[in-house]
Each structure stands twice: as C-alpha cells, then as structure tokens.
Design a binder for this molecule. Structure first.
Ligand code: KIV
Ligand code: ZN
Length: 396
C-alpha cells in the first residue's frame, strides 16, 4: 500500500467512545441506566480513553447513569455532552462532577442549511452563542471539546472562523464531525491540514474526528483524518449510532492494528476484549449484527469455499489477514456447505476423533453434497449424523 504524507510519527490515537451517547441515538437502541453502567465497565476493560456516557439534560435516569459511571470508572476520562445552552452545560457539569478526569463536549451547527432551518440564527449569532457558552463551561471544566456540527457541509470560511473563535474562547480539543456521512476521504483528510494552516491558534489544540457512516465511509474518513494529524477518533461499538451509525470501533482499531505500519499510529485498545464487547452491546441494545459485518459478524472469519478451506488448512495466512482469537473470537473458521471440499470434511470429522478410510470419505462426501444442496449450512450435528451412517468409522 502506498502511504500518503503522514503527519504522525507512531502517535497514540485516543479512542473516544460514544456508544452510550450517539450510539444510543440509533432508533430503538435506548437503554436503562443499569445497562449503560454495565456497558461502560466493559468499555473501560476494553481500554477506551474517553467515554461519553450520555446526554445529562435528557432525563433523570440518564443523569444518574452518567453520575454513577463518572464516580465508578476513575481510570477513564468522562465527556459531558451539551448543546451551547446553559441548562445543558449545568447538567453535564453536575453529572460528571466526580469523574477523576473529565471534559465538557459542546456542539453547535456550522452548515448554512442548519443555521437557516434548524437554529434559525445568523452566523454572528451562532458564533456569539458558542463563545459565550465555551467561556461559561470553562468556569467549571478545563478541557473543552468543541464540535462544529455538520462541518463537512459548512463553508470553509465560516468553519475556520468558528474554530478560531472556539479556540480563542478556551476550547482545547476541536472535533470536526462529518455529521451526515457526506465527506469523501480525499477531501475530508486534507481539511484538517487546511484548518491547522488557516486558523489562528490552530496548532495549539488537539484535533478529533467524528464520522457517520451514511455512505459506508466512516472508517475511511477517520483514517484519512488520522493521516492529516488527527489524534482522537470518536467511535461506537458495532458502529451503532444515528441512521447508518458511527465509525465502528472494532473496524477502526483493527485497521490500525493490521495496517498500523502504514499509518505510524497505534491505539490503547485491548483487542482481546473486542468480541465480548460487541456481543454485550448487541444483546443489550437488541441490535443484531449483520452476518457479514467486518471483524464481529458471524461470517467475518468463516470460509465455505473448498479452495479457501484447503488453503487455510495448509496455512492460515492464505485467507486470513487477522487472527480472530486475538480479538476473543472463537476459532471456527470453516463453515461446511455445498462449496466445501473433501479435505475440509475429513479435517472436521477428525476433530471429533473420527478417522475415515478413503472409501468412507467417498461415501460421506456424496451424502454430504446431497444434504448440502437442500440445507445451506451443514452443522457439526448433521455432519456427525451423516458420519454415523458410515458403518466402519472409528471413534477414538
Ligand atoms: O454527528 C455529530 O455531529 C455529533 C456531534 C454533536 C459530535 O454527534
Ligand atoms: Zn454523531
């Protein structure tokens, strides 16, 4: 893979997890406070740097969950999320009061379409609101993250003006969101270089990104941002979030782990906990994971074609670029179906202690193919039933 100019030099990318805030905004994904606390504990075990546990102003239960997460998880930084509105800030500040480390995450829209139709405010009014609220938040919390919402559809002139004003008012982290998942990697990455170059004070802050997946580009856009100096990426487990979701934690982390050399970056994620975290979030939110979802989908490490199965049995690296066990995924890489070959079938039955003669294998193979024509997947139970019909097989 050719590498573009890399603004990082083996930098640590901070993982900001928003499963419990943006992830919970996915239709039908809302959770009870006690469920949020269980997921937050698992996120800490996974090694995320920052957890955004929710939107404190939204309900008393939400406030209580954020408060308990802030009190209990002293090893992670907690982000209090708020609009540029005093009541929101007061709630976020109060809910995160007992965190060992915390930041206040403030956002306001930056695209003209949002200003005209959602906020119904002029550019000057929005800048003033944002400056006032950053100064207000700064009275309680030192670290202020500011997000110009819908940044990838805003005019660059206004976006730069807004970021400059946010830095002047005291923002220490600038998070540039691709709120509608509209950006393309080749335009989104260089935006960060232009911001640093054109915004006064732009070299003094930390840059972050927050990408949505409407065009399936959230991970690609986040990686492009990393190439242009971003050191924090906002993600969610299983990519849950508004509409098509957010940048998926497991996909981003494994892209960095697998191809990290070409980025010169690493994360602090303990990847052996990826699978259990993914299952916990899926179960809790009642959000099934697509079979073909990268990393954590059922089929992500399973192979049905005879050619692939044969190659894998000779050397795993023939058709595997990651070790599933390193992510806590049980190794069961071979799915038996109509595309499977003799070698895979012989291998699978040998795992059950059954040694087949060539004649028994021929017989089993014929009956296996007939069964596979009507049944998509041949489970181990069905396979062993077929084996049982072979009279001379030896079970050790
Ligand atoms: O998608 C978005 O723009 C957000 C921000 C408020 C960070 O979730
Ligand atoms: Zn978002």
């Amino acid at each position: 893979m050719t590498t573009a100019t890399n603004a990082n030099n083996n930098k640590r990318i901070r993982i900001f997890d928003t499963t419990l805030r943006d992830g919970e905004q996915a239709p039908g994904a809302s959770m009870k406070p006690e469920q949020k606390i269980i997921i937050a504990r698992q996120l800490a075990r996974l090694g995320v740097d920052t957890i955004e546990p929710g939107f404190a102003i939204s309900s008393p239960g939400e406030f209580a969950a954020i408060q308990q997460i802030s009190r209990e998880l002293q090893e992670v930084e907690i982000a209090g999320f708020a609009r540029c509105v005093r009541a929101d800030i007061d709630a976020a500040v109060a809910a995160t009061q007992d965190a060992a480390r915390r930041r206040l995450h403030l956002f306001i829209s930056s695209s003209q379409i949002h200003l005209d139709f959602q906020l119904r405010k002029s550019q000057d009014e929005v800048i003033n609101m944002m400056k006032d609220m950053i100064s207000y938040g700064k009275q309680s919390v030192d670290e202020i993250e500011f997000s110009p919402m819908d940044a990838s559809r805003a005019s660059e002139e206004f976006l730069f003006r807004m970021i400059e004003a946010a830095i002047e008012a005291g923002a220490t982290i600038i998070n540039v969101p691709d709120t509608m998942g509209y950006a393309l990697p080749e335009e989104f990455g260089p935006l960060f270089t232009r911001i640093r170059k054109n915004v006064r004070g732009g070299d003094k802050v930390v840059y972050s990104t927050h990408c949505h997946n409407d065009l399936g580009l959230a991970v690609a856009n986040s990686l492009a941002a990393i190439r242009h100096g971003v050191t924090q990426v906002e993600v969610s487990v299983n990519g849950v979030g508004e509409r098509a979701g957010n940048c998926s934690l497991e996909e981003l982390v494994m892209a960095i782990e697998t191809r990290g050399g070409s980025f010169g970056v690493e994360t602090g994620i303990r990847s052996e906990h990826i699978y259990e975290t993914s299952r916990l979030v899926s179960r809790t939110m009642h959000f099934p994971i697509a079979f073909n979802k990268p990393i954590v989908g059922r089929n992500a490490f399973q192979h049905e074609s005879g050619i692939h199965q044969d190659g894998l049995l000779k050397n795993r690296n023939t058709y595997e670029i990651m070790d599933p066990e390193a992510m806590g995924i049980p190794r069961n890489m071979i799915i038996l179906g109509k595309h499977s070959g003799r070698h895979a079938i012989k291998h699978r039955v040998s795992e059950f202690g059954v040694q087949l003669t060539d004649t028994e294998l021929d017989d089993l193979y014929g009956r296996f193919k007939e069964k596979a024509d009507v049944q998509k997947i041949i489970t181990d139970d069905v396979l062993m039933q077929l084996v049982g019909e072979s009279t001379d097989s030896v079970v050790e």
